[in-house]
Design a protein around this ligand. Sequence first.
Ligand SMILES: NC(=O)c1ccc[n+]([C@@H]2O[C@H](COP(=O)([O-])OP(=O)(O)OC[C@H]3O[C@@H](n4cnc5c(N)ncnc54)[C@H](OP(=O)(O)O)[C@@H]3O)[C@@H](O)[C@H]2O)c1
Length: 295
Amino acid sequence: MGAMIVITTPTGTIGAAVAESLRAGGAPLRLIARDPSRLPDTLRGHADVVVGSHADPAVLNTALTGATALFVLVPPNLTAPDVTEHYLSFARPVADAVRAHGVPRVVAVSSLGRGFAGPAGLLSAAWAMDEVLESSGAAYRSLQPPFFMENLLHQVELIREQGMFTLPADPDAPLAAVATADVARTAAGLLADPTWSGQEDVPVREPVDHTPREMAQIISETLRQPVAYHQATLIDYRARYASSGASPAIVDGMVEMAEAQTAGVYPPASVTGVGTTFRQWCGSVLAAAVTRPPV
Ligand SMILES: NC(=O)c1ccc[n+]([C@@H]2O[C@H](COP(=O)([O-])OP(=O)(O)OC[C@H]3O[C@@H](n4cnc5c(N)ncnc54)[C@H](OP(=O)(O)O)[C@@H]3O)[C@@H](O)[C@H]2O)c1
């Protein structure tokens, strides 16, 4: 049987980068996409496409026929009425289809900090997803990123216009972070490799943690413009998400996640780690976004 790698969310930040990296390496690909017109041009004509959502058992039944590896990502959904149920509404049908089709290897995007004792909002929901996917019996890699550097792209205007960015994190406590490109690169490497087995957690993070105050310094040096860090109170943070249309469950999940981050949900970085540093990311991704004229 030839290889067939199935990719969910190929129109998303990570999924598109995973698919593109595998395509460049010549791997046979099948993409599950709700709206194929949103696929990157580079993928069109280079992969099978199954139209629909990976929460749909019928779509999964078609997509996983003959699959030798599967990439799973649960889409963010600001309006989900229940955070854990949102993750499991994808994880359950995916696990059932993986079991039914005997898919040998599954790689999913979860979160760093698995094993944390307390409630952790969105992070806990991702770890619940891991358990369900592991119950499929497939060989499994739970990719575990912390805070995405790309989250700061939502604050490009604030950075450009007001010289600041804001998070609920303590200005002087290390904040683990990762560039999404590193998550995609790690996923693509595992998906292209047919030799691994067992079920393992795979932390993916930048080699050194920075405090938000240090991040502000690095951003200022990169942009050659003073940028300050402002710690949002949890009350402001809650209000900001609520006014952006998030459901009460998502707002609670975000706040609980922020509290878990303050409580040390992420273990300290190991300096032996590899990956894009925050300074490199600022120089390549953030600088381009900040200097791009607003549309
Ligand atoms: N942000 C962080 O700091 C952080 C940290 C750790 C882990 N994570 C995890 O990383 C993931 C986010 O990845 P990302 O940034 O690559 O996401 P993204 O860019 O927002 O992409 C979302 C993808 O999901 C698809 N999608 C949306 N709703 C869907 C539905 N109902 N059914 C099927 N597909 C749907 C979208 O496709 P279309 O809309 O084109 O159909 C798109 O391809 C989440 O699981 C999150 O928990 C995030």
